[in-house]
Design a protein around this ligand. Sequence first.
Ligand code: GDP
Ligand code: IMO
Ligand code: MG
Length: 433
Amino acid sequence: MPSNVIVGLQWGDEGKGKITDLLSKNSDYVIRYQGGNNSGHSIHINNRYFILHLIPSGVIYPYVKCIVGPGVVIDPKCFIQEIKNLESMKINTSKIFLAKRAHLTMPYHRLLDQYKEEYLGKRSIGTTHRGIGPTYEDKIARMGIRALDLLNLKNFYKKLKWNIFFKNEIITKVYKKNPIDFESIYEEYIEYAKILFDRIIDAVYEIHYAFYHEKKILFEGAQATLLDINYGTYPYVTTSSASTGGVCIGSGIPPNFLKNFIGVAKAYCTRVGFGPFPTEIKNGICDIIRKKGNEYGSTTRRPRRCGWLDLIALKYSCMINGINYLIFTKLDVLSELEVIKVCIKYEFRGKIIKKFPANIEEKDIIKGIYIDLPGWEQDIYNINEYENLPKNCKKYIRFIENYLKLEILLISVGSERNQNIIKNKFLFNNIFF
Ligand code: GDP
Ligand code: IMO
Ligand code: MG
């Protein structure tokens, strides 16, 4: 059965966790294919809050198999803690699996992430300090340690020994910090190996088997297109392929397994960390949005930078990902605004442009040019039917659909699992149920 992909279209935190949970109800598998515990995906069900960093957001349903795929980098400490947290909330964790090929984030990756950011000073990226970049660096440098190495401790010993020797050269000579100790890390990871032994599987065969047995598979993206290593606002990006192209690379499937590419976008924009942000709001409206939208990082609790909806960036993201349907979240957050700005052009290096530029350099100022749409100035969080939305709210939605030439399938109007407006019920049921 052709599979569906959910992907973020802005700079992350669009509400992928909420949407993946919602659409997992009718899935057999939910699979993460890239990123690591730099993600924080929130789910809110009847006063219960879950923040998932590594485990796919299908986990709340007891029957959904959740696979942390080959393209993910996994910090076992975080992964095991997350499983424990879920167990303490009475969630069935027996169907959580980890791909053999997933690379392991090690304590020295977290240190190197932090040391490099400190070293870079004002050139830093504003990473999550979770060691994600250094883990992918080792993968590409062909010296990474994979989940499967935890199944063969002799191999693990050798690889760790060599890695620690090499990292200590960098830690002591470049960063002038204290060397790290082999023994304590080895012992720590032996314990993880025992705990994880039964969860480490050959995910590639499992996914292919599932596909040929007509199972419903949902791929859950982490981070988002504008943080994608190739297509994001480089160098202020993460280190994985966060766009739909990453699904095949990160889960070992061919492109023809995939059918629907569902893009999740917020009704405005946010970004955590540094880097270009053409529609960033630098006045009191930012505080209103941040407060109402609770815009603080799910992973680092940093306040998120807030900005107006950027249709140039959104159109670019839809193009990169081959989006066929949109899901629009956090529309409720804009409720009290009198005027809502939407960016439809940029002013960049003295020119008006309508394309997302590849080359926004440090010194560049890229400014959004806006169209003002009237706000609706009333709460919408308890509305479930599209017809019942205020007139100006529907106008906002139609404007976006017309600009992007795409249909919005669902509008999310609150963090709760059921705070949604299914705009096109026929299509929605056809795709997911
Ligand atoms: P993700 O990384 O894309 O999964 O998004 P996060 O979970 O990091 O951030 C989204 C935040 O918005 C979480 O706190 C969600 O509970 C919350 N949220 C999701 N959808 C909505 C919505 O439609 N309205 C409001 N007010 N909050 C939402
Ligand atoms: P989810 O899945 C928002 C950002 C960091 C930083 C940059 C690089 O919850 O949407 P990294 O630690 O990946 O090397 O940091 O990427 N970043 C995210 N921002 N949501 C995320 O994930 C993010 N994951 C990474 O803030 O700017
Ligand atoms: Mg998040």
